[in-house]
Write a protein that binds this ligand. Structure first.
Ligand code: ADP
Ligand code: MG
Length: 343
C-alpha cells in the first residue's frame, strides 16, 4: 500500500432521508479521510449526522451523492459479495452493546458466532485459542465466557463487543459513542484499552462522540459536524487552541470544569435548540443560532476554506483569534488579524 494512500476517504458524501414524503439532508457534502494507525474524531450534538455518516461509510445507508473509498477501492463499484468481504475490514462498535448481544446466549457463544458466520472452516481448537487471545487483548477474564449478557457489567459488555470486532482482524474500527453508557472510570480504562489495541494492531479509528473533551486523549484530527455538514476540521490540539468556527467555540465552552466556582463564573456561548429535520436552506446552517451571524450568513452557504495547514473552516467569518480561555470565557486577541464581526 502506498504510504500516503488513505485507509478511508469520503468525497462530497451526502445522505438524504425521506419523512412523510419529503426528503431532508442528514449528511451534506462531507469530505473526510483517515490513515492507518490514525484516529479521526467526529464530534457534534445529537442529530448532527454523525451516525448517518458512519453508516454511509459502511455502505449501510445509500448515499445520494459523492464517493467512498476504502484503501483506494471505490465501494460503489463493488459487487454486493465483494462489498460483504471488504466490510470485514470495517467494524463498528455502538454506544449500547446490548443492542448487538442476544440476551439468551453466553459471551462465549457470541465470540464463537463470529467464526460460524465468517470463518466456518476454522477448527474448534483454533477457535478456542483465538478466543483466549482476544479476551486477553481486551482484558476480559476467560471465566466470563459462560456468562449471559445480563450477568456482565456495562464495561464488560462493551469489551465483549470490541473483542467480537477484533476477531475479524479489521483495519478500521468505527466507534460510535462507545463510552457514553460507561461511568467515568470505565470510560478512562476503555479509552486506554482502545489506544493500546491501536498501537499494537495499527488500526485506523473513527471515534464518534458528542463530547469534545474525550477526543484530546485519542484523536489526531477532529471533524466538527453541525446539521450534516463538517463545519471545522483540524488537528485536535489546534482545534482546542485555535478553534475558528463559532459552533466549535460553543462546544469547547461547554466542557465542564471541575471547580464549581469557575463553572458558575464562566461565560458560555448559548444559542437556541434547533430542529434537526429543518430542510437545509441556502445560508449557513448555523446562521440562525450564531451570535455573530450577518445578513450574508443567512443568504449564502460559506465555502470551506483552509485557514492554516490542515485547518479547514466553513464560516464566512472564521475567527482563529477567538480564544476560549481556561474557564470557558471567550475573547478575541483583537481585530487587527480578524475579519469576523464578533471581534
Ligand atoms: P447523530 O448520530 O449525530 O445523533 P444521526 O445520524 O443519527 O445523528 O441522525 C441525523 C438525522 O437523521 C437526525 O435528524 C435523525 O433523526 C435522522 N435519521 C437518522 N436515521 C434515520 C433514518 N433511518 N430515517 C430517517 N431519518 C433518520
Ligand atoms: Mg448517533
Amino acid at each position: 500500500m502506498a504510504e500516503d494512500l488513505p485507509l478511508f476517504e469520503l468525497k462530497n458524501v451526502s445522505v438524504d432521508y425521506f419523512l412523510s414524503g419529503k426528503s431532508y439532508r442528514a449528511v451534506h457534502n462531507v469530505n473526510l479521510k483517515g490513515h492507518q494507525g490514525e484516529t479521526v474524531g467526529i464530534v457534534g450534538e445529537s442529530g448532527s449526522g454523525k451516525s448517518s455518516l458512519a453508516r454511509a461509510l459502511l455502505m449501510l445507508e445509500p448515499i445520494s451523492s459523492g464517493s467512498i473509498f476504502f484503501q483506494g477501492t471505490d465501494l460503489q463499484e463493488l459487487s454486493s459479495s465483494n462489498l460483504r468481504k471488504l466490510r470485514k475490514h470495517m467494524q463498528v462498535i455502538f454506544q449500547d452493546p446490548d443492542a448487538s448481544l442476544n440476551p439468551r446466549r453466553t459471551a462465549g457463544w457470541h465470540l464463537d458466532e463470529v467464526f460460524s458466520i465468517h470463518f466456518s472452516q476454522v477448527p474448534s481448537q483454533k477457535r478456542e485459542e483465538l478466543i483466549v487471545q482476544v479476551l486477553h487483548t481486551v482484558n476480559l477474564d476467560q471465566t466470563l465466557v459462560s456468562r449471559y449478557p445480563f450477568e456482565l457489567s456495562g464495561g464488560q459488555k462493551q469489551r465483549l463487543a470490541i473483542a467480537r470486532a477484533l476477531l475479524l482482524s479489521p483495519k478500521l474500527l468505527i466507534l460510535d459513542e462507545p463510552l457514553s453508557s460507561l461511568d467515568a472510570q470505565l470510560r478512562k480504562s476503555t479509552l486506554n484499552l482502545l489506544k493500546t489495541i491501536q498501537e499494537e494492531e495499527g488500526l485506523g479509528y473513527i471515534f464518534i462522540t458528542h463530547d469534545l473533551s474525550t477526543l484530546g486523549a485519542i484523536a489526531q484530527k477532529v471533524a466538527v459536524m453541525y446539521r450534516g455538514s463538517v463545519v471545522e476540521l483540524a488537528r485536535v490540539h489546534e482545534l482546542y487552541s485555535d478553534a475558528a468556527h463559532p459552533y466549535t467555540i460553543a462546544l469547547l465552552s461547554c466542557i465542564p470544569i471541575p471547580d464549581p466556582q469557575a463553572e458558575r463564573a464562566r461565560k458560555t456561548l448559548t444559542f437556541p435548540q434547533h430542529s434537526p429535520i429543518l430542510p437545509v436552506g441556502t445560508g449557513c446552517p448555523f446562521a440562525h443560532r450564531c451570535p455573530y451571524a450577518t445578513a450574508v450568513c443567512k443568504q449564502s452557504c460559506p465555502p470551506t476554506q483552509e485557514i492554516s495547514s490542515g485547518h479547514f473552516v466553513a464560516c464566512h467569518y472564521p475567527c482563529p483569534n477567538l480564544i476560549v480561555r481556561q474557564g470557558g470565557s471567550v475573547s478575541s486577541s483583537g481585530p487587527q488579524n480578524c475579519i469576523g464581526p464578533g471581534c
